[in-house]
Design a protein around this ligand. Structure first.
Ligand SMILES: [Zn+2]
Length: 104
């Protein structure tokens, strides 16, 4: 899950483990998993299977929920940035695209 923690007087966005509830400080030691079960209360009409993947983030090891569909959290974050048009592929690798209204 997403959350925020305080650091140097700032409120910083972070991931929190869905198993133990502690903050994930090293994304290299964490995973994200999902299933395609519809959450309770979500109406089926108008939704497709991809609309409710039930994402969970967790520390590797004892917090791993052992779901068959998972990947490294660091890779998941990069994919979100790429699919959200923040990370752009270039011929030499990737670059970060900062929205114009933030650059000014
Ligand atoms: Zn944990």
């Amino acid at each position: 899950m997403f959350g925020r923690h305080a650091a140097s007087g700032l409120s910083c966005p972070s991931f929190y483990c869905d198993t133990c509830g502690k903050r994930i400080k090293d994304v290299g030691m964490a995973g994200v998993s999902w299933d395609w079960l519809k959450p309770k209360g979500v109406k089926t009409s108008g939704y497709k299977k991809r609309d409710y993947p039930n994402l969970k983030v967790w520390h590797k090891g004892k917090c791993d929920p052992k779901q068959p569909l998972w990947e490294e959290l660091w890779l998941f974050i990069i994919q979100i940035c790429y699919n959200s048009n923040i990370l752009k592929k270039t011929k030499n690798g990737f670059t970060i695209k900062v929205p114009a209204h933030i650059r000014e």
